[in-house]
Design a binder for this molecule. Structure first.
Ligand SMILES: [Zn+2]
Length: 128
């Protein structure tokens, strides 16, 4: 606890962020469940009695692509949140996974799943 002059998270801040992470994670999981359903071929392909027109099929394909892309994005976000919850449990939450610097409450409040400080995040995105 003592020994650092950096703006480490207070216990209250950590708890607040933990609640946000868990709430966001639960919300996202529910959304993913719905999207899995939307993206499933069973639902989209259920009207087999109708003759398939290529245009209708491509619309269905398109919808499935959109649902699948959204699902993929949310699965990624959920993984980030899950990782943040795990870091919170092992006590490393709030530290940049790259440089170990304190990420800061303001940034975490805006992005509770943030694993990196602004500097490292910027470098990472620039490297992509
Ligand atoms: Zn960093």
């Amino acid at each position: 606890m003592a020994g650092s002059d950096r703006a480490r998270l207070s216990e209250a801040q950590r708890q607040e962020l933990g609640e946000r992470l868990r709430a966001e994670y639960a919300r996202l999981r529910a959304e993913i469940e719905e999207e899995r359903h939307d993206a499933s071929p069973e639902m989209l392909g259920s009207r087999t009695d109708e003759p398939r027109e290529s245009s209708a099929e491509s619309v269905v394909e398109g919808l499935r692509d959109v649902a699948g892309a959204l699902l993929g994005m949310h699965v990624g976000e959920a993984a980030d949140l899950r990782a943040a919850i795990e870091r919170m449990e092992d006590g490393s939450y709030g530290e940049c996974v790259d440089c170990g610097e304190v990420i800061g409450y303001e940034r975490l409040l805006a992005h509770p799943a943030a694993a990196r400080c602004v500097g490292c995040q910027g470098r990472r995105e620039a490297a992509r």
